[in-house]
Design a binder for this molecule. Structure first.
Ligand SMILES: O=C(CO)COP(=O)(O)O
Length: 123
């Protein structure tokens, strides 16, 4: 089963919700995980079932990074806020790094997220 992680910083959560709504029928076919608040907001706004990890600042990025390290994930959409510093920047960097280590598909903006979701559909 295709397994996908969805994450967004606060300023980007509405973008991710719109993205998930636009691709809801495709995403419904996948195992979905998310950081805590992102997962809560997505489930409120869509009919998707999502396994919620901790909130990002409390270790959620690291929990998702752990799945990447175990090669459990097929793709990650992580809409970061490029204009604000985050208190858990080291955790965010660790997640991005481990995606590169394991060659896991990672989209950090909407344009690349569209490619990622198309790519998953074609598999
Ligand atoms: O901070 C985050 C990713 O770095 C996201 O965490 P939340 O989904 O809990 O807001």
């Amino acid at each position: 089963m295709t397994r996908v992680a969805l994450i967004a910083h606060d300023e980007k959560k509405s973008d991710l919700i719109e993205f998930a709504q636009a691709h809801e029928s495709q995403l419904r076919e996948y195992d979905l995980i998310a950081t805590g608040t992102t997962g809560k907001r997505l489930m409120e706004a869509t009919g998707l079932e999502i396994e919620r990890k901790e909130s990002g600042p409390l270790g959620g990025d690291l929990m998702i990074g752990s799945e990447v390290a175990q090669n459990l994930l097929d793709g990650i959409v992580f809409l970061r806020d490029p204009l604000r510093a985050q208190p858990h920047e080291p955790d965010i960097s660790a997640l991005l790094r481990i995606c590169d280590v394991h060659d896991t598909a990672l989209a950090t903006n909407l344009a690349s997220a569209e490619f990622l979701i198309e790519g998953l559909a074609d598999r």
